[in-house]
Design a protein. Structure first.
Length: 471
């Protein structure tokens, strides 16, 4: 509800509009009194511009009488809803269209409304919305309002004149947007039009925001690509290494990593492609900024703004999606030393072999990860009540991590012991290739296979390999 002073201002403005006395001023007063309301893409709500030639010289008589051509020079660049009324102008102020026989000669100051359907050829008409009607009416001289009725009819008017009507409302949905009303069966949704002259300013803000989103998308996409390539490379190398020693469980894990790496790479490539698309649109919009804002340039600037706003919104969604992929495929290391909670799986089977390199298989809780040894343990901790063990494979300066809710098999390598015990840098891969189980989940229990099958948590199979996988 408007404050009393502003309510009075609106009433006075309506009176001015009703009598045809300076409707521009009336519109400006309504605009300054109404609460903020964004009605068109990129529109910053502010008081309407006052056209002295329209207002003080009272050019309303004669409005709408000259021939109108669709797509003329832009005279207005913003609009907002002002009323839902039975408009006298719709039924009695059409001087040259289909309603000319109902024209109220002598009661109107020699003005006429302009109907969209009378000017735009049938094949060129667009499904109706307030934006479509505004796009047409804003180039018609001396028009300050536009109305929509019955969900599909659009007309431009120098002012509107409310008359008594029935109790119906503006509840006829627009042809092209069922979430918006385009008048009713007997009433019109009335919109005021104004000139903010801010197309250049709006486009400048849109290019700035788009530029930031582009950088974010490209950065995240590059990060995702790097992770995908790293996962792919490590999985191919490790699959070959463990496949050569007959470790089919480890080999299958690498196959799953290769498959997921493909998905990660696809996400990164899509992100880079979208970044290029945004950059192309940004370049075209930036070139338009070099031009002076004239009536002819406004539609182009608005078009660039509309496109950039849509791309920026999609770019933000793309960035969020890429960030999620990046976090899932390669979680950030936080140095929690979570590995202290985990013991080698062989500790729960045969403590004499707990220092031997090992691999394992079971029920996976999530897709493979690129991470450090501690990062793998941290990721398992994050899977509360789900992850109880992980298998980690080191490769160069990084590694692959596989999380499990339940273990079913394990393989430990005794053939790596002579090399492993040398403690040289070349044995890092052997030392860090381990299957680890969470102590709190397996403490005071054994994972040693139970031939009777009564132990539900025991491993189904443990393989002793008196050989070593390739380093």
């Amino acid at each position: 509800r408007l404050p009393r002073a502003k309510s009075a201002m609106v009433s006075f403005a309506v009176m001015l509009s009703f009598f045809g006395l300076c409707p521009i001023l009336a519109a400006a007063m309504v605009a300054s009194a109404r609460p903020e309301h964004s009605a068109s893409a990129g529109l910053v709500e502010k008081a309407s511009e006052l056209y002295h030639s329209d207002c003080w010289q009272v050019r309303v008589p004669g409005a709408g009488l000259d021939p109108v051509v669709a797509g003329g020079p832009v005279l207005k660049d913003g609009f907002f809803s002002v009323a839902c009324v039975k408009d006298y102008m719709l039924g009695h102020a059409d001087k040259s269209g289909d309603g000319k026989f109902e024209y109220a000669e002598g009661t109107l100051p020699n003005v006429s409304i302009v109907n969209y359907a009378d000017v735009v050829a049938k094949e060129d008409r667009e499904p109706m919305t307030p934006a479509v009607c505004f796009k047409f009416c804003r180039s018609v001289p001396d028009m300050l309002f536009f109305g929509l009725t019955q969900g599909r009819y659009c007309y431009c008017a120098p002012y509107y004149k409310q008359v008594a009507g029935d109790s119906s409302e503006c509840d006829a949905v627009c042809e092209a947007d069922p979430t918006v009303a385009c008048g009713g069966m007997t009433k019109s949704s009335i919109y005021e039009m104004h000139q903010c002259a801010d197309a250049h300013e709006t486009l400048l803000a849109d290019t700035s925001k788009a530029s930031q989103v582009i950088e974010e998308v490209k950065s995240l996409a590059s990060q995702v690509m790097k992770t995908g390539e790293s996962m792919q490379s490590m999985a191919e190398m490790l699959q070959k290494s463990f496949g050569s020693v007959g470790d089919t469980v480890a080999s299958d894990l690498m196959q799953s990593a290769k498959k997921y790496a493909g998905e990660v790479l696809h996400s990164g490539e899509a992100g880079l492609d979208f970044g290029k698309q945004m950059s192309s649109s940004l370049e075209a919009a930036t070139a338009e900024l070099g031009a002076e804002e004239t009536a002819a340039k406004v539609p182009k600037m608005e078009g660039h703004s509309e496109k950039l706003q849509a791309l920026t919104a999609k770019g933000q969604e793309t960035a969020e999606s890429l960030a999620k992929v990046a976090e899932e495929a390669e979680p950030a290391a936080n140095g929690t030393e979570a590995t202290k909670q985990y013991y080698p799986v062989m500790y729960f089977v045969d403590k004499a072999a707990e220092d031997m390199p090992s691999t394992c298989g079971g029920t996976a809780t999530r897709k493979p990860l690129v991470s450090s040894f501690d990062g793998c343990a941290t990721a398992c901790d994050a899977e509360v009540d789900a992850c109880s063990a992980f298998s980690y494979f080191v490769s160069d300066d990084s590694g692959l991590c596989f999380l499990f809710s339940k273990l079913t098999s394990a393989t430990y390598y005794t053939g790596c012991a002579p090399v492993f015990l040398q403690k040289s840098n070349t044995t890092k891969r052997f030392a860090s290739t381990k299957c680890m189980a969470k102590l709190e989940d397996y403490e005071k229990t054994t994972l040693k296979p139970d031939p009777s099958g009564k132990c539900q948590g025991c491993l189904k199979k443990v393989t002793k390999a008196d050989r070593c996988f390739a380093a």
